[in-house]
Design a protein around this ligand. Sequence first.
Ligand SMILES: Cc1cc2nc3c(=O)[nH]c(=O)nc-3n(C[C@H](O)[C@H](O)[C@H](O)COP(=O)(O)O)c2cc1C
Length: 148
Amino acid sequence: MKATIVYASMTGNNEDMAEILEEDLQDYGFDVENNDVSFADASDYLNSDLCIFVTYTYGEGKMTDEIADFYDQLKDLDLSGKYFAVMGSGDKTYGEHFCENVFDFEKLFKECGAEEITKPVTIENAPEDEDLDLIDQAAEEMNDKLNG
Ligand SMILES: Cc1cc2nc3c(=O)[nH]c(=O)nc-3n(C[C@H](O)[C@H](O)[C@H](O)COP(=O)(O)O)c2cc1C
């Protein structure tokens, strides 16, 4: 099974999440591609069984240019028949905007026709032990649904 992870990260927290998930999925035998959003194109998802987006949220929910560009590419795709998952690191001091861009992409993947494989994983700042468990659980669910 092919999984494509695209992540957006400025200070490394979301990059770390993406790498943890990449290793988990590789352990389950997935063929994984993991790319920074600046070097990815949404059409990369078309060759994949599982489409994953891991993103920061900056600016109280507004999108940075790099994720807005990716959002625009994604919204024209038909991802029916594929699974998707979203996750991200944010900061709860931003209140209702906590990880808002994770949920923006969750909505968009559904509009593209993809089926959500596991609920969004949202963590605060750098991934810690309990966050690793959440990422591991999400990977396990992905494996159960696609390889089980
Ligand atoms: C200027 C600024 C604005 C931010 N706005 C939000 C926000 O609206 N919602 C949120 O959940 N986190 C917000 N954050 C926190 C970051 O999303 C959080 O630190 C995240 O872990 C950064 O991920 P990265 O290390 O992958 O870049 C903001 C941080 C900064 C510096």
